[in-house]
Design a protein around this ligand. Structure first.
Ligand SMILES: NC(=O)c1ccc[n+]([C@@H]2O[C@H](COP(=O)([O-])OP(=O)(O)OC[C@H]3O[C@@H](n4cnc5c(N)ncnc54)[C@H](OP(=O)(O)O)[C@@H]3O)[C@@H](O)[C@H]2O)c1
Length: 293
């Protein structure tokens, strides 16, 4: 993975297989299926985003797909990610799930397909505490086949911890190219980030705006004032300067647009240190081994 200092929305990182991925993506979690997801995706594409992040679990793939189609943006200029949900955790189900996602999105191929969570509650209940090990190996086998068949241009994981990645490595022929995890100044997951970097796995940052949890934080507000930027723009800049790939979500055109305006300033070392110091002051990721879904 080559890490660059991004200067515009369409700048790219390069994944371990050579695929280019735009440095900032548009999140769609909780964008309701129908008009909301459709309109916000359309706005995102209008304002220059070329990377869209959805998931089967978000229930909005059809609306996202319709917006992609209606936008008129050429398929080869887009990067589209979706994710395999927890209820589809075996080889056969993964195959059906990918076909269903492609159909809903009206696409012939995905740019990135992710295992959404490494250790769903249903897998724990059915196969016991260590069930996730063979379970993920089984799914990954299908991911590799889909990759070889050209149905997906890259494959990766989400919410995987080091132990899940180490286990997957034992049977994988192709290593994950991406790990999509919660990353903000409040939850920096340093060891995992380091591991991913050392293993050529790109860190995608979900909930990069801290789900608005820093909106009233004086330190972040002061930094924003200094650069004439919003709290959200400061958080996105922090994410990019760490070499992460942030995926901000919004359903408001004004926010969708302003979240792209993050390429004309650089945080000083002092301000980066202030943001780094906010660890544990807002939200944190769910433990994938105990999450109740
Ligand atoms: N892999 C996973 O398990 C996982 C988990 C969570 C998220 N994700 C991905 O990451 C994406 C982003 O994460 P997220 O949706 O949890 O949270 P987020 O992007 O950190 O925050 C979204 C919230 O911020 C608000 N917002 C956005 N821009 C704003 C602005 N400029 N000013 C004020 N408010 C603003 C949005 O409001 P409005 O929508 O009302 O505009 C929404 O309430 C998701 O959509 C999804 O694609 C992945």
């Amino acid at each position: 993975m080559t890490q660059i200092k991004a200067t515009k929305l369409t700048d790219t990182y390069t994944l371990s297989n050579g695929l280019k991925i735009p440095v900032l993506g548009f999140g769609t979690f909780e964008a309701a299926d129908g008009q909301e997801a459709y309109q916000s995706t359309l706005w995102a594409l209008k304002h220059g985003y070329r990377h869209i992040d959805t998931a089967a679990a978000y229930g909005n793939e059809e609306s996202v797909g319709r917006a992609i189609k209606d936008s008129g943006v050429a398929r080869e200029d887009l990067f589209v990610t979706t994710k395999l949900w927890n209820t589809e955790h075996n080889y056969d189900k993964a195959k059906v799930a990918l076909a269903s996602s492609l159909k809903k999105l009206q696409l012939d191929y995905l740019d990135l397909y992710l295992i959404h969570w490494p250790n769903p509650q249903s897998v724990r209940e059915e196969f016991g505490e260590d069930g996730w090990k063979s379970n993920n190996a089984d799914i990954w086998k299908y991911f590799e086949e889909a990759y070889d068949a050209g149905l997906v241009k890259s494959i990766g994981v989400s919410n995987f911890l080091i132990k899940h990645l180490e286990e997957l490595k034992k049977t994988a022929k192709i290593l994950p190219m991406v790990n999509q995890i919660r990353l903000t100044p409040s939850d920096q997951q340093e060891e995992l980030v380091k591991y991913d970097n050392e293993n050529n796995i790109l860190n995608e940052a979900y909930s990069p705006l801290e789900r608005n949890g820093f909106n009233n934080n004086e330190a972040v507000l002061n930094i924003g004032t200094k650069y004439n930027k919003t709290v959200q723009q400061v958080l996105l800049r922090w994410s990019l300067e760490k070499g992460f790939l942030p995926l901000p979500k919004s359903t408001h055109e004004q926010y969708i647009q302003s979240n792209t305006d993050v390429f004309d300033f650089e945080l000083s070392q002092e301000d980066t240190a202030l943001l780094d110091g906010l660890s544990g002051t807002a939200g944190a990721h769910n433990d994938p081994d105990t999450a109740t879904f």
